[in-house]
Design a protein around this ligand. Structure first.
Ligand SMILES: [Zn+2]
Length: 98
């Protein structure tokens, strides 16, 4: 099994934090710009992207595993401030999700 399923209706990506596959729309795309990890909220930023669930637990796991270093092939450390703020904001507004 290759593990790569193709589903045109609902593209899947792997979260770099928990390593679970999710609908792309449920994941936050992150790009590296000038040493900073920037959340690509509109899905329009160019370049290599990494996907993470917009929850602090997944972000912290990704940082601990150095998943971003692997995803962007850089030694880091990367500036996570904007990404952290976005994830924290998303986590507080997503409380009502069933
Ligand atoms: Zn995750």
């Amino acid at each position: 099994m290759s593990g790569r399923m193709r589903d045109r209706a609902c593209p899947q990506r792997t979260c770099v934090g928990c390593r679970e596959r999710s609908d792309k729309r449920r994941l936050l795309r992150v790009v590296l710009i000038g040493g900073s990890l920037i959340p690509d909220l509109r899905g329009r930023l160019p370049g290599r992207g990494a996907y993470v669930h917009p929850v602090p637990a997944c972000l912290e796991q990704a940082v601990r595993r150095r998943a971003f270093n692997r995803a962007f092939r850089g030694p880091g450390p990367f500036d996570l401030q904007e990404l952290r703020e976005t994830v924290e904001r998303a986590a507080t507004t997503a409380q009502a999700t069933p």
